[in-house]
Design a protein around this ligand. Structure first.
Ligand SMILES: Cc1cc2nc3c(=O)[nH]c(=O)nc-3n(C[C@H](O)[C@H](O)[C@H](O)COP(=O)(O)OP(=O)(O)OC[C@H]3O[C@@H](n4cnc5c(N)ncnc54)[C@H](O)[C@@H]3O)c2cc1C
Length: 368
């Protein structure tokens, strides 16, 4: 049996997408890493294990594109590609995302974006109303967005297995009282000493005694896995709520969005909302069989940048959080940025910089 090390370069709290990709990046750089995360069967499984894993280059009703989109896609392709190569499986796949246009605002926004060359790699032509077929309702037409999908449960399970096999994962929840900031600059957790603790605990950061001020707001999401007997266009369907094909007539139907709700349990209201949205996708809705119903809490941040970096007063503590609704696209890039910052002091862009957010919070509340 592998035994736990007594000294590590980094102790990572949480094995969601943030903790997993950061750990992967540090291991790749030959750093000694230990992750702490509760057993997978625990009631709250974290957002990453229930997420749809859609990577959409353009989001929302306005087809908004992030300024640093090419870097995000580049890092995602690199890191997911490295993991696929290491474990010889596929988790990252390019796919069509069929946007069913809901109203005139979306039609007008689409026309604006199509006239902008920066959007050309990601947007197809608009299809006329009534042409998508398969019994789908497309009264304003549809458009194909070129995106991708990450099989997050598979990715996390495989990485967890790897971290466990190499004595890099301890299955338990961190009790913050067990962390001791030592006089020599190291941190002690039980019998393990480390140079750096990095908190990747998703929305639970709000309970963190050092980072409770981080600009992270919980937003609950629910998702159904359903069986449908109807052939649909290849790829993801998105009309606000989405359908992701899993094969053999099974789909993931998601997701609800409830800001400031941090209850990780599925609800009857969530189930109804998803089924109503499902019926609205079709002119003649097919029968649907519910195979499972899950919920998770996204670590949301209003400006679509995560929050990363060292604590302003305790540099041996750092944060990787705020991935919001776009973790699959953002996490690889920001895992690299954070690793570079921790190792070489490379700068963090201001909207993602934990120290910037701490200062803002301090000024707003007049405290420290
Ligand atoms: C229904 C739903 C659908 C979504 N769909 C998409 C999508 O299609 N595309 C997309 O990009 N994003 C999607 N998201 C968002 C995505 O899930 C998040 O951006 C991302 O998973 C956040 O990852 P994380 O690692 O920061 O947090 P989490 O995945 O929540 O991970 C936090 C981890 O920390 C652990 N932890 C917490 N406290 C402690 C402690 N004290 N000690 C040890 N461990 C601790 C938890 O157990 C968990 O494993 C969706 C989210 C939901 C809820």
């Amino acid at each position: 049996m592998n035994t736990q090390p007594e000294f590590v370069d980094a102790l990572i709290v949480g094995q969601g997408l943030a903790g997993s990709l950061l750990a992967w990046e540090l291991v790749r750089r030959h750093r000694r890493v230990l992750i702490i995360d509760p057993p997978v069967g625990d009631a709250d499984r974290g957002a990453s294990r229930v997420a749809g894993g859609i990577v959409s280059p353009l989001s929302g009703r306005r087809f908004t594109r992030l300024a640093e989109l090419e870097s995000l896609i580049g890092s995602a392709t690199d890191i997911y590609g490295e993991i696929e190569e290491a474990f010889r499986f596929i988790v990252f796949q390019e796919c069509a995302i069929w946007r069913l246009l809901n109203d005139d605002l979306e039609v007008a926004q689409l026309a604006k974006r199509q006239a902008d060359p920066a959007y050309a790699p990601y947007l197809g032509e608009r299809h006329a109303p009534g042409t998508i077929g398969h019994g789908l309702a497309d009264p304003r037409g549809s458009v194909c967005v070129r995106g991708a999908r990450v099989d997050l449960p598979r990715l996390l399970d495989r990485l967890r297995q790897f971290f466990q096999d190499t004595a890099r994962l301890q299955e338990e929840a961190l009790d913050y009282a067990d962390l001791q900031l030592r006089g020599d600059g190291l941190v002690q957790w039980k019998h393990v000493r480390t140079r750096q603790v990095i908190f990747c605990e998703g929305f639970r950061v709000r309970q963190n005694p050092w980072f409770h001020w981080a600009p992270v707001r919980p937003s609950k999401g629910e998702i159904l896995t359903v069986g449908i007997r109807r052939s649909l266009p290849e790829g993801v369907l998105n009309a606000g709520k989405w359908l992701i094909p899993l094969g053999e007539g099974r789909y993931r139907l998601g997701a609800t969005y409830r800001r400031d709700d941090n209850d990780p349990n599925p609800t009857e209201a969530g189930r109804r909302e998803l089924l109503d949205a499902f019926r609205n996708l079709f002119l003649d809705p097919p029968e649907v069989e519910i195979l499972s119903h899950e919920a998770g809490v996204r670590p949301g941040k209003t400006d679509h940048h995560p929050v990363i970096g060292r604590h302003p007063a305790h540099p041996q503590l750092a944060l990787f959080n705020g991935l919001g609704s776009r973790g699959a696209l953002l996490a690889p890039h920001y895992a690299r940025l954070l690793a570079d910052n921790l190792e070489k002091g490379s700068p963090i862009p201001r909207p993602a910089d934990a120290q910037y957010w701490h200062e803002r919070q301090r000024t707003a509340t007049g405290g420290d």
